[in-house]
Design a binder for this molecule. Structure first.
Ligand code: ATP
Length: 385
């Protein structure tokens, strides 16, 4: 016998909410799904009116739904935000080129500006080329490190105040679990925060922190959103895959498990005297780093020197073996970061526009290009945006 929607009590229920098991009609599901995200946003005061927000848009389901829902909520609740899509093209043939086509269609559909930054322009390497060099085993390390930085670089070029990503509750629960398994208390402490990166780079926010992946898929399906759903052609992160499978098993028995793991992660406190990595900046490119050289610079140096394993694993030890000093000057595209697609040079943007503390003196005029050689390859971090 058909049952009625638990919320409106009028329409026929056509779905069962994965998160709660509630039987609902389509319209009520859309509304509660969106309003739960609105509550997450307002409870944690993620945004301030007038801010420019970059949406990390990969063309996948999470970021497509994120763009659609943020646009909806921005209009419905008058957030007063300027929304921009930022896509990173890692240079993965048969994967990112196709997913970027979805982003471009959504850009038109949602009437939002789009900025695409590419690994090729930023680092002088595409992922296809990197995989040829390093093989399939460690390529996810390169991709993850470069993507994180590339999104920040795109955000800096556009002058965004924050970047939002489509990381969802399942992703967070996996990350909590992985950090526990690795005993990584530094990351464990940070990973459940809805906003990260306040200490240096552009703050990153996760409005889907409590949103279940299954509900995102359901929402995208019933809204008929245009997204790309193929897995990356290069080997997936195996370790995360096991954590994911374990969490899916737990969810099947008890859907609350996902939220419970996130809440446990939030409640885990780190002893005051525990030694945590100290956040500084990379002495080569200026990006946030707890070491002299950031991970991206290490990986890039390895690639450019024909030592692709240099940045993987125990970097410091490998640098000693290869007798490499952190101040070695890298003659690569990192030293001349210039985004041809926008005709904007990071060199100018970074040292002139953003006023990083230790570069304050390099120039004060917003429109003047700073010629300082020393700072020319620095990615500006924004201590207080
Ligand atoms: N190439 C990219 N360009 C811009 N943003 C990206 C890119 N890849 C990932 N992101 C951002 O990081 C989030 C998490 O990425 P992840 O690789 O885990 O993919 P996912 O969980 O499949 O998400 P999606 O379904 O949006 O692709 C995405 O939702 C998106 O906001």
């Amino acid at each position: 016998m058909p049952i009625n929607c638990i919320r409106c009590e009028k329409n026929k229920a056509i779905l069962k909410r994965p998160k709660t098991g509630d039987a609902m009609c389509k319209e009520c599901f859309f509304f509660v799904f969106e309003e739960e995200i609105h509550k997450t946003i307002t409870d944690s005061s993620i945004f301030k009116s007038g801010e420019k927000i970059g949406i990390g848009a990969s063309g996948g389901k999470d970021s497509t739904v994120l763009a659609y829902v943020l646009k909806t909520l921005n209009e419905r609740h008058n957030y007063g935000l300027e929304l921009i899509l930022i896509s990173v093209d890692e240079g993965i043939t048969g994967y990112r080129d196709d997913s970027l086509e979805s982003v471009k269609r959504n850009q038109v559909e949602y009437n939002l500006p789009l900025k695409v930054v590419t690994y090729d322009e930023l680092y002088g390497w595409t992922m296809d080329e990197i995989v040829k060099k390093v093989g399939r085993k460690n390529n996810c390390t390169f991709c993850g490190v470069f993507r994180r930085q590339a999104l920040d670089r795109g955000g800096l070029l556009l002058g965004v105040n924050k970047i939002v990503t489509g990381h969802n509750a399942d992703d967070l629960a996996e990350t909590v679990l992985m950090n526990i398994l690795r005993g990584d208390i530094g990351r464990l402490q940070r990973c459940t925060s809805i906003t990260t990166g306040n200490e240096g780079a552009i703050p990153r926010c996760k409005p889907f922190k409590y949103t279940y992946e299954k509900e995102i898929v359901m929402y995208a399906y019933f809204k008929k959103l245009d997204y790309f759903s193929t897995e990356c052609v290069y080997s997936p992160n195996a370790y995360r895959g096991y954590a994911r499978a374990f969490i899916k098993d737990l969810e099947a028995i008890r859907p609350r498990s996902i939220i419970d793991i996130i809440h446990s992660g939030e409640k885990l406190a780190v002893k005051k005297d525990a030694k945590l990595p100290v956040q500084g900046i990379c002495e080569r490119c200026g990006y946030i780093s707890s070491m002299n050289l950031c991970k991206a610079c290490n990986l890039l140096e390895g690639l450019n020197r024909g030592l692709p394993k240099l940045g993987i694993g125990k970097t410091q030890r490998l640098r000693k073996i290869y007798n490499l000093s952190p101040s070695y000057s890298l003659n690569s595209s990192m030293n001349n970061l210039s985004l041809t697609s926008s005709q904007m040079s990071l060199n100018e943007e970074s040292c002139c526009d953003r006023g990083q503390n230790n570069n304050q003196s390099c120039c004060s005029d917003k429109n003047v290009s700073c010629q300082s050689k020393q700072t020319s390859n620095r990615l500006e971090v924004i201590p207080d945006f």
